[in-house]
Design a protein around this ligand. Structure first.
Ligand code: E4P
Length: 235
């Protein structure tokens, strides 16, 4: 399973890529705005350079299908690791599957985003999306079970040999990460604050503290023995 970072915060991206656990990056207009990226092209180019070969998802910012295609073609020229995020429907509820299909036929990688149901996911996969992004937190907001949706989509993709990969996003807690992993996500995109929580554990801290303290006691014993041996020799 891969882990992507759901962020546009350069410091956090540098930190977590240096930890060796990041396989890619996802953004959206809200994340970019929150992290202070107002010039999407400049920001996206910098993010892509930071990530090297790893995929970076950047989302279109329009409801118009033609404009989505033009934006996607422009984004794809910014870097070789750009993946264009296309919402499965637009604000008016019009299907964007045709946009996904057109871009796929042009060889542009598409992350079909804002997916909240099994049916949306399988249609996006059929239209040619490389990634289908299931928004776990938002599925749960509506009283539905994200793990069930993830599990069913994964089973369907495997059963029918589709190459689309499930990205689980909209992570709201560390438990969401665990549930998505067990349910069969290929990729989970995680905001940096949850990675810090995932790696931490109070009892691990106590355990390490005990080892460090005993190691220091052992060093103290050695230095005391050396002092004793030294004063013995002088006598
Ligand atoms: C995933 O690709 C999205 O950027 C993100 O996880 C959306 O989640 P939200 O519900 O926090 O907006």
């Amino acid at each position: 399973m891969q882990i992507f970072l759901d962020s546009a915060n350069f410091k956090e991206i540098e930190k977590w890529t240096a930890e060796g656990v990041i396989d890619g990056l996802t953004t959206n207009p809200s994340i970019m705005f929150k992290d202070g990226i107002y010039d999407v092209e400049r920001g996206a180019r910098r993010l892509c350079a930071l990530l090297g070969e790893r995929p970076v998802s950047v989302e279109v910012t329009t409801n118009d299908h033609e404009e989505m295609i033009l934006q996607a073609r422009r984004f794809a020229r910014w870097a070789q690791n750009i993946v264009v995020k296309i919402p499965v429907i637009n604000e008016q509820g019009e299907s964007c599957l045709g946009v996904i299909n057109t871009l796929n036929r042009e060889g542009i990688l598409v992350n079909a985003t804002a997916i909240l149901s099994f049916n949306q996911a399988i249609l996006a996969a059929k239209a040619g999306a490389t990634y289908v992004s299931i928004f776990a937190g938002r599925v749960a907001d509506e009283g539905n079970d994200p793990a069930g949706v993830i599990r069913n989509v994964r089973q369907w993709l495997d059963a029918w040999s589709y190459s689309a990969k499930i990205i689980v996003g909209s992570i709201r807690s560390v438990m969401d990460v665990q549930s998505a992993a067990i349910a069969g996500a290929h990729i989970i995109t995680i905001p940096p604050q949850f990675l810090s929580k995932m790696v931490d554990h109070k009892y691990t801290r106590e355990t390490v503290s005990q080892f460090v303290s005993d190691a220091n006691k052992a060093l103290e014993q050695i230095s005391q023995a050396k002092v004793a041996a030294g004063s013995g020799g002088a006598r």
